[in-house]
Design a protein around this ligand. Sequence first.
Ligand code: ADP
Ligand code: MG
Length: 158
Amino acid sequence: MNSDKSIQFNTSSAGETEALGEKIGTALEAGSVVALYGGLGAGKTTITKGIARGLGVQDIVHSPTFNLIHEHIGRLPVYHFDVYRLRDSSDMYDLGYEEYFFGDGVAIIEWPEVVADILPDDRLEIHIDADGDSRTLSLRSTGENSARLLGLIISRLV
Ligand code: ADP
Ligand code: MG
């Protein structure tokens, strides 16, 4: 069965991208993994703020570049990674990443290409392309679980 699906959205402000993230966040479940692809300033942290809000997080969400991970508590634990500064995935083993990726919460990863070798096969990918204030956000599933989540997200957005 081919479970890879994709859908595109366009936004024209940070607020719109956050609002899209919020709808995504409401659909996520324990064990969901969201991989955020896009260059510096694409809007990975911006959409994470929305996703966290959709998960009921009330803290201020900002980039964990210097900490590698920020943990927030919403209706589920939210593990926000920014692995930009890592050379590869070796430091993720020291951190015990499996508990975050395969645990009781939602993992959101900025710069997932850096740790590509340890990403779960089944993940919700968000690819962001920027042009001025316009963003094209492509949501893709890579397995059965993420395909089901994407279906839920689409049903809430249309
Ligand atoms: P990243 O985490 O990918 O490096 P950030 O989310 O930190 O990016 O920054 C995105 C920047 O782009 C912010 O300054 C935000 O205000 C700006 N921006 C402008 N238009 C948009 C948009 N449509 N969606 C998201 N961010 C936008
Ligand atoms: Mg960021």
